[in-house]
Design a protein. Structure first.
Length: 949
């Protein structure tokens, strides 16, 4: 974790500066630093759970998660500022603290990082300042004259969950997220010398020009400000001193650094600026240190966003500050976890939806490298102008020096007050672009959730297209599903610079009043790429692969492979030679090997990346040839910081490694017939075929029944009603339900006869059909008791799901192990993100949005060479000999509301066509080429070998 080490080094440098005995700002925490080290305060809740009595509560926290008040989801009261039935309890806090004598004659500010929502403060019984309104913003009071130095002091805080300001409720609380109450971010005393630097705003450009506006609380004759710029090792690179204008509010200064290491998300180089306020005699009155980075932001009209002269692609996601056990209260460690999670998906950008994040999150973005859109609250409602002006000033004063912040966002989805647009640049000397998410403003078109075709239309407009929300997740839908089509279109278009997926994680609360149930409010909060505890869903890996800045363009290799790959460097800045590549040649176990048989590494090595500059293509030579006995080659790209970008797997011996040649057995298969059945016996295995419909009806091994039966049967299905077919019936009350329902095609095939013949040591049983879809099922039973099924069916038309199926009772299944793409299931529009390898998992059947066990056991699995399904009755082994087909293990489960799909039962199936999956907003036909139904015409053939053990 080199980058985390860098972050710690930066903090160590700050400690070194403090050790120089300069009069710096001090902090005395009255609360904990976050959810991991809360401090107990006295607490009284006025309504709801545990109300009406004084008790204790940890601070900072959301009081609902500590067992108080009432849980409430914001959208319930959408558009109503003061509705009946809204939870409106208050929390009253008391806390005693001591202030050391050394703080006397200094300025002491009481700082709240955030409090939800209206907050009133008393110190030692005296009211301090005015009521604060606005839940997600730092605010402070000068309490110098309220304190008893060297003695105990009493802090009293009253927090109202609902605001008295209608615009605050509409902007912050009538939204699609959980509403909480409480002091949910830290509280501390900020102690400065009586004459001090109040605020500093930095503008550092790529050419090394450094400017800063320094605000002082007092500006007297003879005062000056000395500034030093230091690198990460503490080396001084530039220094200068400027006089303070007496009576002025602020002082500007400028320095220059030669050839600075620039800040980008790929190269997050940080510097420190140490500002010292000097009196007329040169004595240091106060010193402040700020982290910053040299970088230049430029919006080129109808072209793109340029950072340091380079056009970037935005690979972003929306992110809430959230954990199930603590709500909006996080910690430094959890903020870093979130940044590392996004970086692990090869993302480079994050939108702070829909409020400013913790300072520690921004610090992690600075140090680890993410572009940030910092957002003023306003989900659909907007702040009134006086409130918005006040909150913008506080937000930008807190965040202005973070190099990671590239955009300011004035609310969300018409939650912007246009009278506030000009306020951002008043406090930001960098003049970052101001965005209206889902709007067209300042050269950016950011419309949300457009279909694939509509997105193409938006790219024809003159503005830069950058959807601030797209591919809305829900359960297993959205995110990675459809991303390949969208991303190929977006990254190649000259006026599109990428966008932000919705959303990073499920916002499910661990309900202390419901035995720990994770409450996503049905489908409202279940939108994440990962679960509420960051459980990785399938889309996590799809995004990781598609957004890898290194792309291997070969889709396959063979035994004659010479070690040279075609490669694209999609970094914006880094050369491919900053990356390493690890390779392995491996041999896979066979389906008949022991269940614990491992993948064997035959040979491995490492090479440095080729000299391929950013935004270009070249050749990567790993300098190896394929061994004769190798089944596959694994290739892993490692970035300059030691993080895995992606691992590609290339089978080179698929067919030969699948099957094992068993020693011939002396006993050939035998069969007997009755009026209704044909019974075949081979190597202690018994198979029963129906003479009524030609299907396999029974299997036993050494008189042990295995309930695999009723196949092969044709299965074909299509989504019942399509929004672009122009027959959508708006008078049909079940129209939207049909939009998500896949209806099965009936197979009118008529069974004609069952043929049996001996072929050497094998027995061949053939079922013939006419006038329907299924044409023929030919079973070849060898002396070992293996069943090879060759089948043919016909289909002409449009289909979303198609193949053959068998029945097996799901409650008998315990696990599966397979060689193929995994470990996650695939959809037609989410093929990427899997790797060809040996995988296994136990049976599970999670309810989307309620239980979070991944990878899911059931679904459609791609590129399967063999699969062993372990059951309570024995093992069912399938070896698939037809490429580009899928093995279906029952059908995926949707959420209880069935908003994504209702699929027909498919049992154990071999499929030529699998369905796509929609997102929360767009049905599949609107999600791009990969999401369309398949046009099929004519016969389809397949071959699968079954072994029962």
């Amino acid at each position: 974790m080199k980058k985390v080490t860098t972050l710690l080094s930066t903090l160590a440098l700050a400690t070194t500066l403090a050790a120089q005995n300069l009069p710096q700002t001090e902090r005395q925490y009255l609360s904990g630093h976050g959810c991991d080290d809360m401090v107990e305060w006295d607490f009284f809740c006025t309504d709801g759970r545990n109300s009406g009595k004084w008790t204790k509560i940890g601070v900072p926290s959301c009081w609902e998660l500590q067992g108080f008040g009432t849980y409430q989801y914001g959208i319930t009261f959408y558009g109503k500022p003061f509705p009946e039935g809204v939870a409106n309890e208050k929390g009253m806090y008391k806390y005693e603290f001591e202030v050391p004598e050394k703080f006397r004659c200094k300025q002491v500010n009481l700082v709240f990082e955030a409090s939800m929502t209206d907050t009133e403060v008393k110190v030692n019984g005296r009211k301090v300042g005015s009521k604060h309104q606005g839940a997600f913003y730092r605010f402070s009071y000068n309490i110098t004259d309220f304190l008893k130095y060297g003695k105990k002091n009493l802090l009293e805080v009253t927090v109202a969950k609902e605001s008295e300001n209608a615009s605050v409720n509409l902007a912050e609380r009538r939204a699609d997220y959980w509403n909480f109450g409480g002091i949910f971010r830290p509280v501390f005393l900020e102690v400065k010398p009586a004459v001090n630097l109040r605020h500093i705003a930095i503008d550092a450009k790529m050419d090394g020009t450094f400017r800063a506006n320094c605000y002082t609380n007092i500006s007297n004759d003879g005062m000056s400000i000395r500034t030093q710029i230091l690198d990460k090792k503490g080396k001084k690179l530039a220094e200068g001193t400027v006089p303070v204008k007496a009576g002025g509010d602020w002082t500007s200064l400028q320095l220059n650094v030669s050839n600075p290491a620039l800040w980008t998300a790929e190269t997050p180089n940080l510097y420190k600026a140490q500002f010292s306020l000097l009196d007329k005699d040169g004595k240091v009155l106060h010193s402040e240190t700020e982290n910053f980075g040299f970088r230049t932001i430029e919006v080129r009209e109808s072209d793109g966003l340029y950072i340091n002269g380079v056009r970037i692609n935005v690979r972003g996601v929306n992110r809430h500050s959230f954990r199930p056990e603590s709500g909006r209260t996080l910690s430094k460690a959890k903020n870093i976890e979130d940044v590392l999670l996004m970086k692990s998906m090869n993302m480079n950008s994050v939108r702070l939806s829909h409020y400013p994040a913790d300072p520690e999150f921004l610090e992690a973005c600075d140090s680890l490298g993410l572009y940030v859109m910092d957002e003023l609250g306003g989900w659909h409602g907007k702040y009134d102008t006086p409130t918005g002006v006040r909150l913008i000033e506080g937000m930008i004063e807190r965040d202005v020096n973070h190099p990671s912040i590239i955009w300011w966002s004035n609310g969300n989805e018409k939650g912007w007050n246009t009278e506030l647009d000009g306020e951002f640049h008043k406090y930001d000397p960098q003049k970052r672009p101001v965005i209206h998410p889902q709007g067209n403003f300042s050269g950016f078109e950011t419309m949300h959730y457009r279909s694939y075709g509509e997105s193409q239309n938006y790219m024809r407009l003159p503005e830069i297209f950058m959807p601030t929300e797209f591919l809305h997740g829900l359960y297993d839908g959205g995110h990675g599903a459809g991303l390949y089509d969208y991303w190929e279109m977006m990254r190649k278009h000259p006026r599109c610079i990428g966008g932000f997926l919705w959303v990073l994680a499920d916002e499910g609360v661990k309900r202390v009043d419901m035995d720990g149930f994770i409450d996503n409010q049905g489908n409202f909060g279940a939108d994440g790429i990962v679960g509420p505890h960051h459980e990785k869903e399938g889309s996590y890996y799809t995004i990781k692969q598609l957004w890898s800045p290194v792309q291997i363009m070969n889709t396959s290799i063979d035994k004659q492979f010479d070690g040279k790959f075609s490669v694209e460097n999609r970094y914006d800045y880094l050369n491919l030679n900053t990356c390493r590549f690890l390779w392995k040649q491996v041999k896979f176990p066979l389906a008949t090997d022991a269940s614990n048989a491992a993948v064997q590494v035959l040979k491995e090595g490492e090479v440095q990346g080729s000299d391929v500059v950013a935004h270009s293509a070249g050749i990567l030579d790993i300098k190896t040839n394929i061994l004769p006995n190798a089944d596959a080659l694994f290739l892993t790209a490692i970035d300059p910081y030691g993080h895995e970008l992606w691992r590609w797997t290339f089978p080179v011996n698929k067919l030969n490694q699948q099957t094992e040649q068993l020693s011939p057995l002396s006993s050939r298969p035998t069969y007997t017939e009755t009026e209704n059945d044909l019974t075949v016996k081979a190597n202690k295995r018994t198979f029963i075929f129906s003479k009524k419909d030609g299907q396999l009806k029974g299997v036993s091994v050494d008189n042990r029944k295995i309930s695999f039966a009723n196949g092969p049967r044709f299965i074909g299905a299509r989504r019942a009603d399509r929004s672009l077919d122009q027959f959508y019936n708006h008078d049909d009350e079940k129209a939207k339900e049909k939009d998500r329902t896949y209806s099965e095609f009936p197979d009118a095939a008529v069974f004609t006869k069952l043929d049996v013949k001996q072929d050497g040591g094998d027995l061949i049983v053939t079922a013939n059909y006419k006038l329907g879809n299924l044409d023929k099922a030919q079973w070849t039973i060898n002396p070992s008791g293996d069943l090879a099924l060759d089948y043919t069916y016909n289909f002409s038309g449009v289909v979303d799901l198609m193949g053959i199926r068998f029945d097996y009772p799901e409650d008998q299944v315990t696990s599966k192990r397979w060689l193929g793409a995994g470990p996650y299931r695939v959809w037609q529009n989410r093929i990427h993100g899997t790797q060809y390898d040996v995988w296994e998992n136990d049976y599970n059947d999670p309810i989307p949005g309620e239980t979070f066990t991944y990878p899911e056991f059931k679904g459609y699995f791609g590129d399967v060479s063999w699969m062993n399904i372990q059951t309570k009755e024995g093992t069912i082994s399938l070896t698939n000999e037809i490429p580009d087909t899928y093995i279906g293990v029952y059908q995926p489960r949707d959420g209880r509301d069935r908003l994504l799909y209702t699929l027909p039962e498919s049992g154990i199936s071999v499929l030529n066509v699998i369905p796509p999956v929609r997102n929360k907003v767009n049905s599949t036909d609107l999600c791009g080429p990969s999401s369309q139904p398949k046009w099929v015409n004519g016969p389809q053939t397949g071959r699968v070998i079954f072994r029962f053990m």
